[in-house]
Design a binder for this molecule. Structure first.
Ligand code: ARG
Length: 376
C-alpha cells in the first residue's frame, strides 16, 4: 500500500497503530466530496499549467472511474488505506499510474478534509432545512384539518386555559421554523472554501483559489489559511442546530407519549409506528417518540464531545480533529431519521377530539375566562 507520507520512513507502521489511526471506516462516506474536490483541484492545476492537456484528461477520466467503483460497491477498504483521501489517491493510481501523485500538488490532507467536511455539512444543512419545512407543513395541515378541536392548555402540567389544537401544534411549528433558520446560518458557515490552504500556510504554487471557489459554488474562501485548516466552528454550528432541533422534537415526543397514554387519551398512534408488549397484550407502546426523546441525548453528546475535543488544541491541524467525524455523522443520521419519522407519525396519528373536548370542559380550565367575564 503506497502511503502519501512514506518517503522519510524506514519501517512500515505497527499494525495496531495502523488500526488506531485509520479513519477510513468512518470517513469513506466522504468519497463524493473528496472526488469532486480532487477533480476541481486538478482542473485548477491545469489552468495554472501544472497538469498538461493529456494529464488533466487522464486524471479526470481516472477520477470518474474511481467514482464509478464507489457507486457500484467495487471498493473494498483496508485499515492500511488510512483515510478517504489516501484511498481515493490509491484507487486513482490503480487507474492512471504515478500521475495520480501529481494531483497532490499544492494540496494537503489538512485542507482536503476541511473541504470534504464543508461540502458534506453544507449539503446536510440543506437536507435538514428541507425535512424541517416538511414537518412544519404537516403541522400546519393538521392544524387546518382540526381547526375546531380544543384541548386544555397546560402550565405545570395542570389544566390552565382552553386552547385550540392548532394553537398548540403551531407552537411547535414556530420552534421548527427557528430551527430551519439556524440550519440556514449553518449552511452559510459551511459555505466557505478552505482549498488552497495546504497543510497550514498555503503553497508556493500560484493556486487559483477563486477558480476553485467558483467551481465548488462556495460564497467565499478563507482569508487565513491557518484558520481554514483548524476551524471546526461550522461543525459546532451544525451540532448546535441539530441539538436544538432534537430538543424540540424531544419535547413534542414527550407530549405525544403523554397524550397516547390512557390517562390523557388525546391521540391514537397508528399501529405501524408502535410496538406491542410480549407479556401484556393490551399495550401499544409509542416507541418512535420515546426513541426520538432518547436519541436527543446522543446528539447533545456529539456537540459537547466536539467542544471538549477542540478546547485545548493549539493551531493548526491536530490529529485529534479526526475525532470530529463519528459524532457529527451520527448526529446527522439521528436528526434526519427523527425528523422524517416524526412527520410520518403525525400524519398517520388520530387526534381524539372527544376526550380533548371533555378535558377542556371539565376541571374549570375556563376559570380565567369566567373571571374576566365577571370583571367586565
Ligand atoms: N483523516 C484525517 C482527518 O480526518 C485527515 C487529515 C489528516 N492529516 C494529516 N496531516 N494526517 O482528520
Amino acid at each position: 500500500m503506497t502511503k502519501l507520507w512514506a518517503g522519510r520512513f524506514c519501517t512500515s507502521t505497527n499494525e495496531k497503530v495502523e488500526r488506531f489511526q485509520a479513519s477510513i471506516f468512518f470517513d469513506r462516506r466522504l468519497y463524493e466530496e473528496d472526488i469532486l474536490g480532487s477533480a476541481i483541484h486538478a482542473k485548477m492545476l491545469h489552468l495554472i499549467g501544472i497538469l498538461d492537456k493529456e494529464e488533466i484528461k487522464s486524471v479526470l477520466g481516472g477520477l470518474k472511474e474511481v467514482l464509478h467503483k464507489f457507486h457500484t460497491a467495487e471498493v473494498s477498504v483496508k485499515y492500511a488505506d488510512e483515510d478517504i483521501h489516501m484511498l481515493v489517491e490509491n484507487l486513482l493510481r490503480e487507474e492512471i499510474g504515478p500521475l495520480a501523485g501529481k494531483l497532490h500538488t499544492g494540496r494537503s490532507r489538512n485542507d482536503q478534509v476541511a473541504l470534504d467536511m464543508h461540502l458534506y455539512f453544507r449539503k446536510s444543512s440543506l437536507t435538514a432545512i428541507y425535512l424541517i419545512l416538511t414537518l412544519v407543513e404537516t403541522l400546519a395541515e393538521l392544524s387546518k384539518t382540526n381547526i375546531d378541536v380544543t384541548l386544555p392548555g397546560y402550565t405545570h402540567l395542570q389544566r390552565a386555559q382552553p386552547v385550540l389544537l392548532s394553537h398548540h401544534l403551531l407552537a411547535y411549528g414556530w420552534m421548527f421554523l427557528r430551527d430551519a433558520k439556524r440550519f440556514f446560518d449553518t449552511y452559510h458557515a459551511c459555505n466557505i472554501s478552505p482549498l488552497g490552504s495546504g497543510a497550514i500556510a498555503g503553497s508556493t504554487f500560484p493556486l487559483d483559489r477563486e477558480y476553485v471557489r467558483q467551481q465548488l459554488k462556495f460564497s467565499s474562501f478563507y482569508p487565513n489559511s491557518m484558520d481554514a485548516v483548524s476551524n471546526r466552528d461550522y461543525l459546532l454550528d451544525y451540532l448546535n442546530s441539530a441539538s436544538t432541533c432534537m430538543m424540540h422534537l424531544s419535547r413534542l415526543s414527550e407530549e405525544i407519549v403523554l397524550w397516547a397514554s390512557a390517562e390523557f387519551r388525546f391521540i391514537e398512534l397508528s399501529d405501524n409506528f408502535c410496538t406491542g408488549s410480549s407479556m401484556m397484550p393490551q399495550k401499544k407502546n409509542p416507541d418512535v417518540p420515546e426513541l426520538i426523546r432518547g436519541k436527543s441525548g446522543r446528539v447533545y453528546g456529539s456537540l459537547f464531545g466536539l467542544y471538549t475535543l477542540l478546547k485545548g488544541l493549539p493551531l493548526t491541524y491536530n490529529k485529534d480533529m479526526q475525532e470530529d467525524k463519528e459524532g457529527a455523522f451520527d448526529a446527522e443520521y439521528t436528526l434526519t431519521n427523527s425528523l422524517s419519522l416524526m412527520e410520518g407519525l403525525l400524519k398517520e396519528a388520530k387526534f381524539l377530539e372527544v376526550s380533548m373536548k371533555y378535558a377542556t370542559e371539565n376541571d374549570f380550565s375556563n376559570a380565567t375566562d369566567l373571571a374576566d367575564y365577571l370583571v367586565q
